[in-house]
Design a protein around this ligand. Structure first.
Ligand SMILES: Nc1ncnc2c1ncn2[C@@H]1O[C@H](COP(=O)(O)OP(=O)(O)OP(=O)(O)O)[C@@H](O)[C@H]1O
Ligand SMILES: Cc1cn([C@H]2C[C@H](O)[C@@H](COP(=O)(O)O)O2)c(=O)[nH]c1=O
Length: 209
């Protein structure tokens, strides 16, 4: 049995995480590997239900602490029921966002401390971290153009927060990547999907060599 791996894609809104997750999964499957593609918040029935509660624009929404707890609860279910069992049987798990999104959004964006976010993650998911985290970066005008093409003016509750909020999120992601160079690979996500995919593959090969 080949060894299971856990790869997460991170970054701001519309940088191309889902697109690159799909291309990576296709290329791994072409090599005969079992691949599980999944996303956060979500990936299990319970976590998808929490996703709806978190991202729906109906109602008054959540305070920063309640929001962080809900993300951690969704992640706990996802880790226990899907991610850990898949990696344990030798599959590659390719996940669109993981705990670094909580650190960047609920931490960097909303002001919770990194220690508090990681404490919730220790309680919920025993602190599981990906083998490699690909941080996709593009200039804000490029991601805005990609989102306009995909969604028009539609945004979920968190995606719809202002420019300053998303600026703090982007700065937090950059900080984590600088602080943890062994776990993060920063990939320039400008250019065609195929060009970015080639950079992602090279980054993963290097990180997991
Ligand atoms: N390299 C690329 N060049 C041009 N368009 C792209 C590229 N990558 C993705 N796109 C397009 O940009 C849009 C956003 O991409 P995608 O949905 O993969 O981003 P995302 O980071 O997963 O978004 P979200 O943050 O909403 O989950 C999609 O319409 C996708 O087809
Ligand atoms: C996992 C996670 C996500 N978020 C935010 C980031 C996005 O605004 C949405 C998810 O939408 P996507 O289109 O699937 O990227 O949720 C967050 O704030 N904290 C998290 O831990």
């Amino acid at each position: 049995m080949s060894r299971g791996r856990f790869v997460a894609f991170e970054g701001g809104e519309g940088v191309g995480k889902s697109t690159q997750g799909r291309l990576l999964a296709e290329s791994l499957r072409a090599r005969g590997l079992e691949v599980v593609t999944t996303r956060e918040p979500g990936g299990t029935a319970g976590a998808e239900a929490i996703r709806t509660m978190l991202l729906s624009t109906e109602g008054e929404g959540w305070g920063a602490r309640a929001e962080a707890l809900l993300f951690a609860a969704a992640r706990a279910d996802h880790v226990e029921k899907l991610i850990r069992p898949s990696v344990a049987r030798g599959a590659w798990v390719v996940c669109d966002r993981f705990v670094d999104s909580s650190r960047a959004y609920q931490g960097g964006g909303s002001g919770l401390s990194d220690a508090d976010v990681m404490q919730l993650h220790r309680i919920g998911s025993a602190g599981l971290l990906p083998d490699v985290t690909i941080l996709l970066t593009v200039r804000p005008e490029i991601s805005a153009a990609r989102l306009a093409m995909r969604d028009g003016n539609a945004a979920d509750r968190i995606g719809g927060r202002g420019e300053e909020y998303h600026g703090r999120v982007a700065a937090a992601f950059r900080r984590f990547a600088e602080q943890e160079p062994d776990r993060f690979a920063v990939v320039d996500a400008e250019g065609s999907p195929e060009e970015v995919h080639a950079r992602v593959t090279a980054a993963i090969d290097k990180a997991l060599a």
